[in-house]
Design a protein around this ligand. Structure first.
Ligand code: ADP
Ligand code: MG
Length: 261
């Protein structure tokens, strides 16, 4: 169990019958999922089942076309005012996203910048922090992910695991309330997976609210509070990781688990 869990507080994510599609092709067919503050919510499911799309909706990067998606107390994409829904302006989207850190399978670091500059960049350019303050903060975050000694290196001088830890530090430097991870270890050589999972485990222990799309079943079992199985754009089943992994109710879940374990 994570340190900061507070089941009495308002949920961080409430997805109710969320629908989304690309060019008329439905991808999310009514997703229902709730994430409580401090919870580590793991999502598994076959490729193409809509996991990334769902994370992108939570982050406001894709429009929700049906149902309701409330994140950090707001209906993503619009505000109810004077009895009418007003679509967010780009500025309102940007303000919303500032609270959410996202870590991708590919690290998306700036190739021409050092690890330190990659981490300091957001606080300077988005939060308006001074260079000095941002660099001090960036050093603290790099230290937190075990990379203080590599702060001056550029991405190509770092291993995949180190690059992914820089990406996590970069997200944390923005002081997010919610962290989204989209298969953060899928692109890594097997021997580099654990160092990234250890950083995520540390974050979970500190009480960070996290939604983690992953194929790392052992991580989900050990660190996850909830485990959700996606298929065909819906939640097939969800539960406590240990329960769901030990006794999946649906044949679809059983088949998937036997393919990844
Ligand atoms: P997952 O992350 O579970 O593998 P995705 O959310 O990436 O699944 O994709 C779900 C479906 O949506 C897939 O069929 C994929 O081809 C389609 N899709 C994803 N992104 C786009 C896009 N930008 N444009 C059109 N179709 C997309
Ligand atoms: Mg994906």
């Amino acid at each position: 169990m994570s340190a900061g869990k507070d089941r009495g507080a308002a949920p961080v994510v409430v997805a109710s019958d969320v629908r989304m599609g690309y060019n008329g092709v439905q991808v999310l067919n009514g997703v229902n999922l709730t994430v409580a503050p401090g919870e580590v919510s793991c999502i598994i499911g076959p490729s193409g089942s809509g996991k990334s799309t769902f994370l992108r909706c939570v982050n406001g990067l894709e429009p929700v076309l049906g149902g309701s998606l409330r994140v950090l107390g707001e209906e993503v994409g619009h505000t109810l005012r004077d009895g009418r829904y007003h679509p967010w302006t780009p500025k309102e989207f940007a303000a919303f996203r500032r609270n959410i850190g996202m870590v991708f399978q590919r690290f998306n670091l700036f190739a021409h910048q050092s690890a330190l500059e990659n981490v300091a960049c957001g606080p300077v350019h988005v939060l308006g922090m001074s260079q000095d303050r941002a660099r001090t903060l960036a050093m603290e975050h790099l230290d937190r992910v075990g990379l203080a000694d590599h702060a001056h290196k550029r991405p190509h001088q770092l291993s995949g695991g180190q690059q992914q830890r820089v990406a996590i530090a970069r997200a944390l430097a923005m002081k997010p309330t919610l962290m989204l991870f989209d298969e953060p270890t899928s692109a890594l050589d097997p021997e580099l997976v654990d160092e990234v999972l250890e950083v995520m485990k540390g974050l979970a222990a500190e009480g960070m609210t996290m939604v983690v799309v992953t194929h790392e079943i052992a991580f989900a079992r050990e660190v996850g509070d909830r485990l959700t199985f996606f298929a065909d754009g819906v939640v097939v089943e969800e539960g406590r990781p240990r329960d769901l992994l030990a006794a999946p109710e649906h044949e679809r879940t059983r088949a998937f688990l036997s393919s990844v374990q």
